[in-house]
Design a protein around this ligand. Structure first.
Ligand SMILES: [Zn+2]
Length: 428
């Protein structure tokens, strides 16, 4: 294909030379440019790797997953390969969503569903991910173009729609529900939804869909002045939903679009967006691959590098009826949850007593019962040391009097002597 394009380019060049200088030259030059663009596209797709059947832990430069599989070898993640079974939906492919999509793609996520209604603009170039040559493309199509090049193993679905319209919402819900035959019994076909939108109306729509589908989701946001952000985990029925404690704008029922002033746009920084996307995907990975602790809410204040955390319980008076249903189900399932946790705890403790952690005991370390150690401690005087130990430093609690010889009269003698010496110096 490359050879044929080169031949075509040479023929066009020949045609240009043979024709007299005329208006045709412009269209011929344009043809040459187009052939050049096709050629660069062919060249770039030539570097694309083929799909891999299964993730390999082999440490070779040609393995795109060796560094990720090392997490398993180092005991951070029990089974990294599971990442290929997960589907994640990202709503809003802007400054945070596009970076989150790239991170998950590079991590080898199984399936990504991308939702956005916007197109790429030059005004987006202060952030990461999109390139100037993608201006005019829909954000979802541009994202699929880049992501499929980075990792062809990821199944990408592009939904260029507005979820806040009735039609958009229906398509959104239907696409989230679509699942593989082996996943029957679940109300949702995705494992996690990441909300990366920039307005409350869209957040309320994601909240509605996830409450209806009993779908766990994570919310993210960056402030209008670009210097702070947050991420939040929302588990329907278990944690507060977005309507449980709505922001003032939502609670007061004001249309947020009326708050925008003509000619004034929100600020944005690639740094804050990158940090928030990183925190979001880190928590998504922890949630999916079950390692570490998933933050229920994590704030980021870049001016002070302050990261507040907190937990929010669901509101029994929430205005969202689907949220109230999920809350009821969560309370009803408490006995089953407790029994499961107890059984898990018992299984863990019995497996611990059955086999010792270390078979050999080179240093003859023995475990002493805590209660026994405490009673023997109490029988000693508070300051006493165990037998055979002596203090090397003086007891700091006690002020050591300096040795005084002769008492007050000796000090007075010294002072008189000092005075005499000073007088002698002054008179000299
Ligand atoms: Zn709620």
């Amino acid at each position: 294909m490359e050879d044929e394009l080169r031949a075509l380019q040479e023929s066009i060049e020949g045609l240009k030379r043979s024709l007299p200088v005329s208006d045709h030259h412009d269209s011929i030059s344009e043809m040459q440019q187009r052939v050049g663009r096709i050629m660069s596209l062919v060249k770039s797709s030539g570097g694309r790797r083929s799909k891999v059947k299964e993730l390999s832990a082999e440490v070779v430069d040609s393995n795109p997953y060796s560094r990720l599989m090392a997490l398993q070898r180092m005991g951070i993640v029990e089974n990294y390969e599971r990442i290929r079974n997960f589907s994640v939906a990202i709503v809003g492919i802007g400054g945070v969503g596009s970076v989150a999509a790239e991170m998950l793609t590079r991590c080898g996520i199984g399936r990504l569903l991308l939702y956005d209604y916007d197109t790429v603009e030059l005004a987006n170039m202060n952030r990461l991910f999109f390139r100037p040559d993608q201006v005019g493309m829909t954000k979802t199509d541009a994202a699929v173009q880049t992501l499929s090049d980075i990792n062809p193993d990821v199944v990408l679905e592009s939904y260029s729609l507005n979820i806040t319209t009735v039609k958009g919402f229906d398509t959104f819900i239907e696409s989230l529900k679509r699942r593989k035959p082996e996943e029957d019994g679940r109300s949702s076909g995705v494992d996690l939804v990441l909300s990366c939108v920039d307005n409350y109306e869209a957040r309320m729509v994601v909240n509605q869909a996830c409450n209806e589908l009993n779908q766990t989701w994570m919310e993210s946001g960056v402030s209008e002045d670009a210097v702070s952000g947050h991420i939040q985990l929302l588990v329907p029925g278990e944690t507060a939903c977005f309507a449980c404690a709505p922001p003032l704008v939502v609670a007061s029922g004001v249309d947020e679009r009326t708050l925008k002033r003509e000619g004034v746009c929100a600020a944005s920084l690639p740094t804050t967006m990158g940090v928030v996307a990183g925190l979001l995907v880190q928590n998504a990975l922890k949630y999916l691959l079950k390692f570490g602790q998933v933050s229920p809410y994590l704030g980021y204040n870049s001016l002070k590098d302050y990261f507040p955390t907190m937990e929010m319980k669901p509101n029994p008076q929430c205005s969202n009826s689907a949220c109230l249903e999920r809350q009821k189900e969560y309370i009803q399932a408490k006995p089953a949850r407790d029994a499961l946790a107890k059984a898990k705890l018992e299984a863990e403790s019995s497996s611990q007593t059955e086999c010792p952690l270390h078979m050999d005991n080179e240093w003859n370390i023995s475990v002493v019962d805590d209660s026994e150690a405490e009673t023997s401690n109490h029988s000693r005087k508070p300051d006493a040391l165990p037998e055979g130990l002596v203090r090397e430093l003086p007891n700091a609690d006690k002020y050591q009097e300096p040795p005084v010889s002769g008492g007050i009269s000796a000090i007075n003698d010294d002072l008189e002597e000092l005075q005499r010496q000073l007088d002698a110096l002054n008179s000299a």
